[in-house]
Design a protein around this ligand. Sequence first.
Ligand SMILES: Cc1cc2nc3c(=O)[nH]c(=O)nc-3n(C[C@H](O)[C@H](O)[C@H](O)COP(=O)(O)OP(=O)(O)OC[C@H]3O[C@@H](n4cnc5c(N)ncnc54)[C@H](O)[C@@H]3O)c2cc1C
Length: 410
Amino acid sequence: MQRFDVLIVGGGHAGAQAAIALRQGGFEGSVAIVGDEPELPYERPPLSKEYLSREKTFERILIRPEKFWTERHVEMLLGQSVTTVDPAAHSVTLGDGRSIGYGSLIWAAGGNPRRLSCSGATLQGVHAVRTRADVDRLMVELENSENIAVVGGGYIGLEAAAVLTKFGKKVVLLEALPRVLARVAGEALSRFYENEHRAHGVDVRLEQRIDCLEGENGRVTGVRFVDGSVVPAGIVIVGIGIEPAIGPLRDAGAACSNGVEVDEYCRTSLPDIYAVGDCALHTNAFADGARIRLESVQNANDQATTAAKAIMGKPEAYHAVPWFWSNQYDLKLQTVGLSIGHDATVLRGDPESRSFSVIYLKGGKVLALDCVNAVKDYVQGRALVINGASPDPVRLADPATPLKELAVPA
Ligand SMILES: Cc1cc2nc3c(=O)[nH]c(=O)nc-3n(C[C@H](O)[C@H](O)[C@H](O)COP(=O)(O)OP(=O)(O)OC[C@H]3O[C@@H](n4cnc5c(N)ncnc54)[C@H](O)[C@@H]3O)c2cc1C
């Protein structure tokens, strides 16, 4: 049986970074990545941005070129899925029946796009945006479809809507809740993005209750709502979140709920098995100690580094500041911190100017910032989040007061 000192399951952001961090840290043992996608690790964010808009080729979104992995002796077992984990034997089984042994296992399997549960959800022309293969399939079909329905007003749905509108497609964006970005941002930001999309020609419809997807000859033709109305659509893009990919670990007995439970060193409840990235449920200091999963490149990279350090015997608890970005049209949103549990918001700048920030507070303390075309606020606002600063809200709202002047610890 083949055996690796560290076996990484999942060749996405977290899996790739785990291997990079091990080699950067001087780890000389054998390392392999098993990934069920056929490609070398690539960046996922451009899939709804520059890759979809064809501004970047696939080669430009590779996390590292092929020779990087070869030179560092990171073995790539691609197009292979781990189906079972045997924690007692320290081995996994692949889809082709092969067994592979490990010293330490890093589970970095991310998540699978949630599907619509209504009828018609599996018709041809219904797409997720999670992998390169998803987007390649979508791009081929775009040639022949003018009407596109995007289901879900989260970041991925909004980014896809922005790109497709630029292509001249007729896009309707369907959100079940009363505002877009409802789960991740405050109302001011939601309303700003709804207005922007409408101004660019997207038909944004809120509180939409889908009955089913309609089709003809196996291909989607439209979205039917519970009130009987129908929106025609030759393509439906579904962006309604992910389910963490944790099946084999759960079956192996790892403590799991909405993700694999990990401690501050990304250790699961099973010996020598770590979990990192989108699938890892952890206690986050920036969420007031709540147990959450974060779906961001920052979290994938930082947790991967945490696991690698623990494996190398240099443990450092995970305590990274969350950050995230989203590009839509000419708007660059940068967020720092987590707004979970905020009880007040401060608007800094005028959304009409298309450069402003929303600052989230709890008990007067800054939790998070959403900065739209406001790089300075983002850069200087980090310290407010890290220090847990409690600035005067009037000064906070005044764009003439640099945030660095307000970043004194509470
Ligand atoms: C379209 C899109 C846009 C995004 N934009 C942003 C953004 O702007 N900013 C940001 O911070 N984040 C963004 N994200 C989120 C970010 O990409 C994810 O948080 C990040 O990719 C998580 O990394 P991961 O390694 O945990 O999971 P993934 O990158 O999903 O990698 C997991 C890999 O494991 C593989 N796998 C799963 N199960 C198995 C198995 N049993 N055996 C072998 N392999 C397996 C999967 O196929 C996948 O290749 C975006 C995500 C998407 C999809």
